[in-house]
Design a protein around this ligand. Structure first.
Ligand code: DC
Length: 235
């Protein structure tokens, strides 16, 4: 179902912990409503990849202010499902485990958050976007007409991540086991929820949806129904 002409386009903010189903839900909601999907986690992952590529990550732990030079002329763009960092396609690289392990540290740095927040606001300026992340409803777009907070049981989230990794490496070689994945996911949630700047938090107005026992189709239906109610109100 595509966007009807004349309908007011809204901003849909989808936040929640790692592997709670945000990106799949957000992508499909955007498709159905004819909106643009923006994966803000991919932006934090891109900055992390750049720090790894330049070999500056360890240095930043001692002197975090050095991150400004990394951000100086960074370019992060979306081309459909592809993510371009400084013009190169990094879609696969930003999902590697070495990036997942370091992304919470990079995303805790204030200059990184300030810069990406401004880029995200610019991307959503024309509205008609579904943006997923950790602070979209609380910090980036506190005026988003629809705010969703997705949660799911940590074991269930580890299983989803495992299935995702297995799809990329069908023989299962080198895959972390479920316990390790659950531990990594839980640690990342702790780090994201307890950082000083823009921690992962549910906005008071957000609709919380527990996806542990829901199919993707059902999650998408629920979010689209809420979105259409909001669109009707701002017409
Ligand atoms: O959604 P994801 O797992 O790709 O996100 C990767 C990391 O980026 C996540 O651990 C925290 C950070 N992040 C953030 O701090 N704020 C956002 N809006 C999105 C992601």
């Amino acid at each position: 179902m595509k966007q009807e002409t004349g309908t007011k386009r809204i901003i849909i903010a989808i936040d929640g912990p790692a592997a709670s189903g945000k990106s799949t839900t957000a992508r499909r909601v955007a498709e159905r409503l004819g909106y643009i999907y923006i994966d803000t986690g991919a932006m934090y992952r891109s900055v992390t990849l750049k720090a790894l590529q330049q070999g500056v990550l360890d240095g930043l732990r001692h002197s975090p202010e050095g991150v400004s030079s990394l951000l100086h002329d960074i370019s992060i763009c979306f081309d459909g499902d592809r993510v371009l960092l400084d013009g190169s396609d990094v879609t696969a690289q930003i999902r590697e485990n070495r990036v997942s392990r370091e992304v919470s540290f990079i995303s805790s740095l204030k200059p990184v958050r300030d810069r990406l927040r401004d880029m995200q606001r610019e991307l959503g300026r024309q509205r008609g976007v579904v943006m997923d992340g950790r602070d979209i409803g609380t910090v980036v777009f506190p005026d988003a007409e629809l705010k969703i907070f997705l949660v799911a049981d940590a074991r269930e989230r580890a299983k989803r991540r495992y299935v995702e990794l297995l799809a990329k490496s069908p023989d299962g070689a080198g895959l972390p086991d479920l316990d390790l994945l659950e531990e990594e996911i839980t640690r990342r949630d702790q780090d994201d929820a307890h950082r000083e700047h823009a921690p992962l938090r549910k906005h008071a107005e957000a609709h919380e949806i527990d996806t542990s026992d829901l199919t993707i189709e059902r999650q998408v239906d629920m979010v689209c129904k809420l979105a259409q109610e909001k669109e009707a109100k701002v017409r």
